[in-house]
Design a protein around this ligand. Sequence first.
Ligand code: KG4
Ligand code: ZN
Length: 361
Amino acid sequence: MRVLAIETSCDESAAAFLEVKNGKTARFAHLVATQAIHAKYGGVVPEVAAREHSSTLPLVLAGLAKEIVGKEDGVALGRAVDVVAVTQGPGLVTSLKVGLDSARSLAAAWKKEIVGVNHIEGHIAASWLPSAPLESTLKDGKGVFPALVLVVSGGHTELLLMAGFGKFKLLGATRDDAAGEAFDKAAKLMDLGYPGGPAISRLAAEGNSAAYPFPRPMMNDPHFDFSFSGLKTAVRYFLQKERDRLTDPVFRRDAAASVEQAIVDVLVAKTVRAAAATKAKTVIIAGGVAANGKLRRALAAAVADRVPKARFAEPPLAYCTDNAAMIAMAGYFSARRGRFDAWKSMEPDPAWELGRGKLKV
Ligand code: KG4
Ligand code: ZN
């Protein structure tokens, strides 16, 4: 099966091509164009993002066509594709619409099947991409499920129980800010620019993570929900109080490391507890914050220590933040189950949530 995928849910215009043959990836290419323009606003501006997608996505698709069929030719690309996959939600409605309309026109013109993909399911599917930890289970998913998934992105922080693609149960989610937002807001308070997660993590690398004891909200509560707004407020008051030291590089490193540690501690504690409670065979980490080195190392160690029977899967760094390769993989899994959409009636679903229904695992 040959899948062409489009992703435009936020500020990345991305396209990918994936061919799966006999349960193995036979061919694969992906391109991502990140919209640099938002950095100067300190966050993503929806109208600007949609406009940028309209001008950039055609170029990304042309680049992908060149890679796959050797020329910037839509008709030739169409002949090389069986299914069009596109992010339908969640995300910014105006951004989603650009990718969705483009995918719908391609599917209609090429007379190919189309499948709307959930962006979060895409992040999860990244662990099956080439060189990813679950790639070898692409054929039948043997030994993987039930899996416990920690989703940590700019807009989502949630724990999901996964019985297979399309089969999720939501165990808990953030009641306010997402983990990525906590990173981004702390970074903003320290004038580190946007997106802030990678900047905090670079600064934290040589800091003392025990220097400042920031709160770990809900860490020991029995439920699987999260809350990061109290941490954000604590960081804000702390930095206001210590504003004279904000130019001191040691203070900055220690503050960044302490914030990062507080976020990581909460995520790790809840994830391993959920993995143990659900007897998960695999612990999967997904979303932009999964690129965080401290989180990856801490979670790997905690899984080995606390749920040693579970396998820990983390996607390659290149597929943690938004891309279309992950949408192609999730689209492949949908198509394999025969779940397609009708291009005529597809609309963006900006609040599409995984796992609200009942699930037997
Ligand atoms: O999944 P993603 O690319 O976009 C959404 O779907 O939201 O996630 C973006 C988020 C941002 O909040 C960004 O600061 C965070 O992921 N992020 C990181 C790192 N890389 C990206 N957070 C912490 N450490 C990182 N290395
Ligand atoms: Zn994302």
